[in-house]
Design a binder for this molecule. Sequence first.
Ligand code: MIC
Ligand code: SF4
Length: 644
Amino acid sequence: MGLNVFQKIVAAHRAGSGNAAGVVPLKVDQVLTQDATGTMVYLQFEAIGLKRIKVPLAVSYVDHNTLQVDSRNPDDHRYLQTAAARFGAWFSPAGNGICHQLHLENFARPAQILLGSDSHTPTCGGMGMLAIGCGGLDIAAAMAGFPYELPRPRVRRIRLKGRLRKPWVTAMDVSLELLRRLTVRGGVGWVLEYDGPALSRLSLTERATICNLGAELGATSSLFPSDLVTREFLKARGREKEWRELTADRDAAYDEELEVDLGRLEPLTAQPFSPDNVVPLKDLEGLRVDQVCIGSCSNSSYEVLRAVAQLVKGKAVAPHLNLLINPGSRQVVGSLAADGSLPSLISAGARVLEASCGPCIGMGGAPPYDGVSFRSYNRNFKGRSGTPNARVFLVNPLAGALLALEGQVVDPLRYPLRLPAPPRSRTTMGREPLLQAPPRKAAGLEIIRGPNIKPIPRKKPVPEDFQAEVLIRLGDHVTTDDILPGGSEVLPFRSNIPAISHYTFSRLDPTFAERARQAGGGLIAGGENYGQGSSREHAALAPMFLGIQAVLAKSFARIHLNNLINYGILPLTFEDPEDYQGLKQGDRLTFQGVRKSIKKAAILKVRIGDRETIRLRPQVTANKVEVLLAGGLLPYLRKRINNQ
Ligand code: MIC
Ligand code: SF4
């Protein structure tokens, strides 16, 4: 039997035989971090106690916290820059661009494995690279040379046929169509592997867009083969030598298959407040639009922004509306300036922001009160834009540009669209000049810390018996933005856990942090897919700091589940989902024989007050049992390194 692309990459990277729990240990080639998660990664790496990064390539990007209203964010940037030099990572300063776009342009390589402390790391899957988003501690462990233990996913083949025939339909609509069909849980436990006759007509950046939005499906990763399109992209960047072909064997087997006919797609939109709440854009005709945002790591390539510039050239955005553009990289901006696109955008009224995450993570660019914002981004969770009652829709960048001109939703298919073909021979871009390679000699280099950078709190080992109160009971699909919001007020505390912990659940229940503190800890109860969205480990770290001992849920999102274990918080699912219905805020639960049960992978019988006993299943694979019981990955790794 032949192999699919995923299996080929795994076979070439196995680091040992794995264990019965279906976990594959993998050798990691590259890691990426961004500033909002990266300060923790480097603090953790320091705490592990090694002198030099052991993974072949590490890149530390600054792209999230670029608003500098006081010294906290720039202090973090300086810490990251000096830590990168000292430990041996490349550094990408603020203004260079968004980590995923930059990584694709400068470092991604077919057939390699990339781990990133950001959930959209799979963007580089467009290059035929197995790219996986994980929590910061997993990245720190990989940097310390430990293999990455991947719970074996199933592989779903997504066969793309036809071609994007209708104007106004882009790669983003392929992803919105998948979200419509599969929902935000549809990819959990899966790698999505794309192939089919439409592939040769999809550019590398279109492929990257599709892989980027795979994160919204909850997928472990998304992957395209590496073919001639991949070679062209690498060649244009002077990296042709890094190309190698990687395709699935003809007789490769998959766990499931699905087909999308690109020719049948129309422009779609995801309505508030979930990326899978998808309808045809034309269904919303007449809705007044206050803001359009184009860019982010989903849709900020040169090709996309050039097309947007051509669409608005010589026209003007509606006077009541704001068009914001956050390009993916400095080179994208440079190319737009060189070919005359930038003046077209600026004259049409676009506000061209610096190349960074910007409005996507609520770092500026919030919509007005009760506003309607259409974004070519990947997340439209409530409040993420910075305006809690704003309604955020996801849309492809071309349709978004049209709405900006019209000031309201229209059916794009009624408008002519003639875009000149992309330039045939693109100027070679080469590597982004402002990337900083690590110095060869690092001994003695100082790491500079600002006063806002606080040591990482540690947790004690999981106790055998304890009592705790349910502090909050939540519904399905709680996002990590709900648990710990982003935005310009909260993000500067990413390297200060005591301070950031005040914001835990602040949008859902502003009393939570104080109640948790007063109770000296407690429990969180949630429904399905608890912790979906971002990889931010702060959504586990801050609750850990507040003393949360366990999260009880119907099911968990992949990265967050791992983050809970990495911080020593028990992730437990209800054996009988009815028990979730019966549970109330304020219930006091008695846990006994916890460590014993976890070691035996046995169900925990937990008493609620003096009412009844419920059955909870620890969600921990055999390879993580010791990590969880030790109080998390940091105490566990320190012990291992000290014993070496
Ligand atoms: C996001 O899109 O939510 C982020 C901000 O990029 C996060 C990481 C973070 O919270 O720092 C992600 O997707 O992992
Ligand atoms: Fe940045 Fe938004 Fe992409 Fe996250 S999703 S990496 S915040 S651009």
